[in-house]
Design a protein around this ligand. Structure first.
Ligand code: ADP
Ligand code: ADP
Length: 233
């Protein structure tokens, strides 16, 4: 896949319910445009696995499928966005997840914009992946990931070559703790009630583009690349 490293891409926000394909697509955008994927879910899971103070506080909340409070999220996101690898742009996957978080992000970006005079695109382009409900359930229950490299698989749609082993490094694939049926329902509910309004927030400012996330993975990627080309071209 051709890489693009010359232009500033700016922030890209991927919105969509659990299982919509945000992580899968974020990794492809990252490879093409050489900008980092910032998955708040991955960062939180890493903290849980490491047993950090943040991880200890977030663990039970995540296991219930509820949202982690803003006072834990904001310092984590602010610190990550201030790193040097975000200068040309970045992909936010899993943040913002409430209208409040979207407003907070805009305020942060506005500050950054005035802080430095580089002509980096300040406002995010927001891509929402729309997926049929039953398809979401299959995607979430079939999801497996590699604990070593983070690659995402699906036993129904994107199986590894060898049963339950990562194609790239041979590590045994794992199922996320919150991808159990009893936790999926509260997560989808949290999406409907708290995250769906984020799309309205961005729609009002003309920054939202919806993509049919039911399509095969490569087709979704092509559509996203086209949107990013049009936006930055
Ligand atoms: P999915 O891939 O299913 O959309 P994520 O990996 O993004 O899920 O998030 C997993 C969990 O991490 C969420 O259910 C929530 O508990 C927590 N989380 C992730 N991002 C946020 C956020 N922006 N605000 C609050 N909680 C979050
Ligand atoms: P999210 O980050 O939005 O929760 P993921 O990228 O982890 O979603 O994808 C959820 C599951 O669905 C994974 O098992 C992935 O392999 C699979 N998947 C992602 N996109 C598609 C697609 N377009 N068609 C079929 N399966 C997909």
């Amino acid at each position: 896949m051709a890489q693009e490293t010359s232009r500033d891409v700016g922030p890209v926000v991927l919105l969509g319910p659990p299982g919509a394909g945000k992580g899968t697509q974020a990794k492809r955008i990252m490879e093409k445009y050489m900008i980092p994927q910032i998955s708040t879910g991955d960062i939180l899971r890493h903290n849980v696995a490491q047993g950090t103070e943040l991880g200890i506080q977030a663990k039970a909340i995540m296991a219930r499928g509820e949202l982690v409070p803003d006072e834990l999220m904001y310092p984590m996101v602010r610190e990550r966005l201030s790193r040097a690898d975000c200068k040309r742009g970045y992909i936010l996957d899993g943040f913002p997840r409430t209208a409040g978080q979207a407003g907070w992000l805009d305020a942060l970006l506005e500050d950054k914009f005035f802080e430095n005079s580089r002509p980096t695109r300040a406002w995010p382009i927001v891509i929402r992946l729309d997926v049929d409900y039953n398809q979401l359930l299959l995607r979430i229950t079939g999801r497996r990931s590699c604990p070593t490299c983070g690659r995402i698989y699906n036993v129904h749609f994107q199986p590894p070559r060898t049963d339950e082993l990562c194609d790239l490094d041979g590590t045994k694939l794992v199922t996320r703790n919150d991808d159990r049926l009893e936790v999926i329902q509260p997560r989808l509910k949290a999406y409907q009630e708290q995250t769906a309004p984020v799309a309205d927030y961005y729609q009002r400012t003309g920054r939202l583009v919806a993509v049919n996330g039911d399509l095969p993975i490569d087709e979704v990627t092509q559509r996203i690349f086209r949107i990013l080309e049009d936006h930055h071209g």
